[in-house]
Each structure stands twice: as structure tokens, then as C-alpha cells.
Write a protein that binds this ligand. Sequence first.
Ligand code: 16G
Ligand code: ZN
Length: 543
Amino acid sequence: MANLTTVTRISQEKHPRNISKHLNYGTAGFRSRATELDHILYRMGVLAALRSKSKDGDTIGVMITASHNPEEDNGVKLIDPLGEMLESSWEKHATCLANAGDEEFQVVLSEIVETFKIDMNCKSSVAIGMDTRASSPGLNTAVVDGVKSVDGLCFDYGTITTPQLHYMVRCINTRNAYGMATIEGYCNKLSKALKNIWQNQGERKVYKPHIIVDCANGVGAKRLKDIAERFDKILSIEIRNAGEGKLNYRCGADYVKVNQRGPEGIDCIEGQKYASFDGDADRIVFYYTDKDNIFHLLDGDKVATLIASYLIGLIRKCGLELNLGIVQTAYANGNSTAYIQDELKVPVACVCTGVKHLHRKALEFEIGVYFEANGHGTILFSDSALSKIESSCSSSSNESEKLSANELRTFVDLVNQTVGDSISDMLIVETILRDKDWDVADWDKSYRNLANRLLVVKVNDRSVFETTNAERTVIKPTGLQKAIDDHVKLFPNGRSFVRPSGTEDVVRIYAESDTQENADQLALAVAKSTYDLAGGTGNLPTL
Ligand code: 16G
Ligand code: ZN
């Protein structure tokens, strides 16, 4: 058995801390310029192995990615045994370890071992994945060094999407009960589920089994190709931005959502269905252009409502009673929330931005559908839901109920329940559109979005911001909420809020209203008040 103090020290010298900047384990782990991250990745390798030891040797995941951020950035996040985000009580230890001076590193490490009573003789294993950034392989080496410095075992998955790594971790720790812990196993599980459901759906008239997917020049392209090949005859998936251009540059889910237009270089053909992934393939948005050349975006809200409406219908057909709820954030379009409440008549919860908050809330329902408007989301099926579905499959005396229960059981396999997954979400949407025999425009008609605008304000210190009510009300700086309320009153269906970003050094403004012009004016007015009351720097945002 390695001695913690000496072994880590030897490897640690290969990964010295070369910055003095303080980094936080934020909403999605650590994110920064790739050149500032080597020591952090090494340290997260060590921490992941310690976390594994603290979980009796269960495998912990380490994903190297900066998601939708520029190619020059990178980042890292840890994945807990069932494929969920790192338990929040460990985040502060991650931050502490990452920011310790080289000479304090051992002390902080010993404190963690002490705090969690970690048995250093326990085995540990870490599954590592990375996106396609040029800096990722070097950072991967740093993680491996960290894991090995405390005698941990590494499963290196190479280039893999973030949700695929979450899936692998869950498969490993459930001894493959969740699926086989390989890319092949992932593709088999999803493709088999899709084909099963489609087989029983019969012919379709309106639904078009063809989608063009912008993969943001990221890892999603390669991994989507693996599975797309299996749908050759039944679903045609055309991959664009497969890596020929710069990662996330004027393409990808974030670009499309924020700018409300298609990726550069892809001419949206009228009526054709498109989707965009982000750089690590955990977000997806859909879009199309109508005959008047108007661009229509179908974001996370539209995906969540589509899924919920399908599931409610299917649950009813099964003759089951299941408590289904939707979880959103303040960024959800006001009309999507109204549609969920008034049309779908489903409970809807609003939580703070960041997947971990949505995921946690969704666990409170028997079936929890959660989506951020930016396209990140999935569906969680509780044990109680699964056992009700299972018993309906085996013991229902009504043949049609049994058939529906079988469909629902198969549908569960189409879902990556660990985290939002562009590939799985895309197949879910295709399956539901086919079920309803809908074209993308039919889907879009379910409700009309209120016009909205996102703006960014740079301030001296974003830590002066304090929000409450799931980020919909700002408490500090004092007076800002009153100013927002005054602006909002002037616009029909007006709504606006301000929150500090958890990933960048900016404050974000959201506004919605009846027309684009009104949404823009409201956003600009709120941005100006924010700038004035919170010590704005640089230029005021423009449209
Ligand atoms: C991260 C979050 C995402 C959130 C975004 C907000 C995860 C995996 N990702 O990308 O959910 O919407 O941050 O960014 O949690 P912001 O705080 O800069 O607005
Ligand atoms: Zn992402």
C-alpha cells in the first residue's frame, strides 16, 4: 500500500500550481483557461480516488470538458457512483484542495482524509473521459497521475460525451444492471429501445424521419455517428460541424439558443428539422425555418412539455396513477409554465440554475421531467414508478394496458437518467414526434413562446449580488429589485430577473414580453439599472 504523504508528493512535483487566481468548484465543476488547469486536474484525480475510497471502492467519474465554452478553455467535474453530480458537501473540499499552495497541499489532503474518515487501504477506481479539446489529453495525464498517486485504478474512456461518462459510472457501480459500461453497450441499449417502440407504432404520414444535427465541432459528432449507423433505414441522422471547424464557434446549442438563429454556415431549409448539441453533448435544442423564412427555436422548455404530454398520455393508457412533475428554472419561458399548468395540468417547480438543482428536485416526483431552457435535461423514474410499470407489464389483465406498459418500460431504456444527454434526448424527441405523427412545426404549435432577450452586464464584483425565490428576486444590491419591478410594469406580459453567473465573471439579465421589441427594451432598461446600481464596468450592453 502506498504511503499517502510520500507518493502524492512525488507526483505532485510534476504538477505544480502555476497560478495564484482563486478557482471555485462552481455549477459545473472547475472551468478556466486550459493553461491554468494542470495542477487542478492532478488534484481532482487524487480527490476522485479519495472519494472512491470513501464509497467503499465504488467508481467515481472525472470528466474533462468546458462544455459550450471556447476551445481555449477547459474544465473538470466529478461524477458520483450512480452517475449523479458530486455530492455538494464535497464541493468545498474540492475548492480548498484546488486552491491550496503546493506546500499546503498535503495538509489539506490529510484534513479531507480525516474529515471523512477515509480508509487509505481501501481500493479506489476512477473512470475518466474527455472532450475533443486540444488540451484534454494533457489534462487527462494529470488526472491519471493523481489517481495513481494514491494507488487508484483508472478506467480511461478517452473521448466520450459527458453524459456517456455519467452513464458508464452508473453501469460500473450497478455491475452492469443499468447497462454495459462500454460505448457499444450504450448504443445497444438506446438503439434497441428505439427500435422496439417504433416497431409497434406502425406507418406514419406526417412525421419525417430525418434530422440534421450540428455537433458544435465537438465530441458529440463522433459519438452520434456510432449510434446513427444503427438507424440506417428507419431514421436518417445527418451530422454537421463534426470537427471540421472550431469547437463551439458560432455553432452549437448555446450559440443557437442565445442568438436565436441557426449555426453559421448551415442554411436552414424550409420545413427541415435541425438540432444543435453543445461541445460535450449534454444539451440539445431543435429548430426549423418556416415558409416565410422565420426561424423557430424549440428549446428545453419545448422538449420538456413534449415529453410530459407523451408520458401523461402513456401513463393514462397503462391505467396507472403516477405522480409526474416538471422542473424548470427562472429562464423557462412564461408561456411554457402557463402551458404546463393550464393545459397539461401537471405540477411545475422552479429551482436555481444548474443541473444539480433540477436533478435533486426531480427526484421528489415519481416521474420527474427536468429541463433548463438552454436544452439540458432528462427524465427520472423513481423505484416506485418502475415497480408500478413492471407489475402492469406482468399482471395487467387488460391487453391494451399491458401493451402500453410495455412501451413505457421500453421508453425508460431510451433515457439516460444520470444527466441530460443530447443523443438520448434527440432519440426521445424523434420517438415522441413519431408517436404523435407530428412534424417539427406541429410540435412548435403546442404553445407560442413569449419574446425574450438575454443580456450580459460586466460589474466590478458579482459577489455583491444576492438572489432569492429561485433566483427570480434580487435582494442585493439594494433597490435593484424595485427598479426591475418598475420597468416590468410598463411592458405587457413583462417579466425580468437578474442573477450573477456561476461560470463567468458577469451578471445575466433575462427579460420577456409580448413582442421582441418590448422584450429588448425591457432587457435594456433592466441592464441599465443593474449597471448603475451595481458598479457596472465597460460598455452598457447593446442588442
Ligand atoms: C453550467 C450548468 C448549466 C447552467 C449554466 C449556467 C451544469 C452541468 N451545467 O453550464 O446547467 O445552465 O452553467 O451558467 O450544471 P451561468 O451560471 O454562467 O449562467
Ligand atoms: Zn455541456
